[in-house]
Design a protein around this ligand. Structure first.
Ligand code: 6PG
Length: 248
């Protein structure tokens, strides 16, 4: 696996480290390019990160009017649904900081046709994101990893893994009996920066295999290889079975 690996005591420390990186990258992007384009993740650790970013220390330090919010994946539900990644981010962060509503770009999980929602979001990314080498480029993509090695909604064995022409894919996940909308690896890997947040003992065995030498590409998360920097932020429980050489 590529990228740097940092191990923290628990989920709270991972969220705190991620909040510091988010804030520093936002300052840097705004200073260098006048804006910060970030794709948010679903999941439990990101929720804690978002809550921290809404506290005064971060809420007052970040130039929210220059922050543009996108989503790495979404469940095919309306935005007010309990499973919606947008709803989670809105409740924990977006409703609590002065980010302009026009800077928030959510995936339309409520559309009956997930492929149409994916194509629509791909067009939005093309129009809204700065281009780098002819492709839309995020300043930061936040990701998690499922215990099956999925990231965003790029699940093992799904066609979305091979999506190379579109930045956004619709994917039917058999084991969930549900459609999802997700950034493709093409979009993720064009980012300037990726933070991968993984916490909890339930992820330890998969993470050890992801980092095992010579394992090849068995898990979707192993295809995260951004042109920019990849940082893994782990807690001790998730990192418990990591080979020593994986820790940077
Ligand atoms: C989602 C995600 C997904 C998530 C992982 C890890 O919408 O479910 O974006 O990829 O990041 O499943 O989730 P946890 O951090 O909750 O384990």
């Amino acid at each position: 696996m590529t990228g740097t690996v940092q191990v923290f005591h628990g989920m709270e420390d991972v969220a705190a480290a991620a909040a510091q990186r988010f804030s520093a990258l936002a300052s840097q992007s705004c200073a260098e390019r006048g804006a910060f384009h970030v794709a948010l993740a679903g999941g439990s650790t990101p929720r804690r990160l978002y809550a921290l970013l809404a506290t005064p220390a971060y809420a007052e330090a970040i130039a929210w009017d220059k922050v543009h919010i996108y989503f790495g994946d979404e469940r095919c539900v309306p935005p007010e649904h309990a499973d919606s990644n947008y709803r989670m981010a809105h409740e924990a962060l977006l409703s609590r900081v002065p980010v302009p509503a026009t800077n928030i770009h959510r995936m339309a999980g409520e559309l009956p046709d997930a492929a149409e929602a994916a194509a629509d979001y791909a067009r939005q990314l093309q129009a809204l994101l700065p281009q780098q080498d002819g492709q839309p480029c995020f300043d930061l993509v936040l990701l998690g990893m499922g215990d099956d090695g999925h990231t965003a909604s790029l699940f093992p064995g799904t066609t979305a893994l091979e999506e190379s022409s579109w930045t956004v894919a619709a994917v039917y996940v058999d084991k969930l009996s549900a459609w999802r909308i997700t950034l493709s690896f093409t979009a993720i890997n064009h980012a300037r920066h990726v933070l991968l947040l993984v916490t909890g003992a339930g992820k330890a065995a998969t993470l050890a295999q992801v980092f095992a030498p010579g394992v090849g590409e068995r898990f979707p998360v192993q295809r995260v290889r951004p042109r920019g920097r990849l940082e893994w932020l782990l807690d001790e429980a998730a990192a418990a079975q990591l080979p020593d050489e994986a820790r940077s």
